[in-house]
Ligand binder design. Sequence first.
Ligand SMILES: [Zn+2]
Length: 205
Amino acid sequence: MNFSKKISILISTFLLSFIVASTSYAATLGYLNFWDSDSSEIGRWGVTPSIYNYAVDGSMQGTLSEYVTHARTEWNNAGIPSNSTSSDSNAQIKVYGGTYTNLKAIEPSIKTTNPGLCTWFANHEGEWIAFGIYKTGYKLTAAKVYIVYTTGQTTNTYKMVTTHEIGHSLGWLGHTNYSSNVMYPYATEKTSLGTQDIRHLKQVY
Ligand SMILES: [Zn+2]
């Protein structure tokens, strides 16, 4: 039963490539009061990114933009801003929705077990210090998000997956252990951001 359990598998983030700045020392970016991620990396944008969405086939026509608007609103309300754009070429973050087969054709790293995927490009910005431990800071330069259509999936699960993947594209790298958070690594029907979702990323913006 329980489709949401069946798709309760890793929603992945995937680093496509990045350029390490050729400085001989790491810039210290500052001290962080929280660290709620299972990753030692965090990113941010230097400009307010514009988000474009495109349904690659009929499966998410008319619904993908609704999920993206939900996700943008959640992150905007948390103090992590993005704009919406109808122009592909002006967008820093591009969100594609469609069937697994059609998305796989444009992003081969998508697995059948992924309800969503984010690929991102970034430059190494420097090091953050959280509780005495160095964390790698990236300045994001581009990201792509893929939302996979699956028969029987609920609207709230799509909203959760889209908010999660857009979270990665805004710099939330890694996942939380809290199932009440959207950055939990498994698909749920939790559509609004939790405490750790917000405080972890907000502190670098
Ligand atoms: Zn993820």
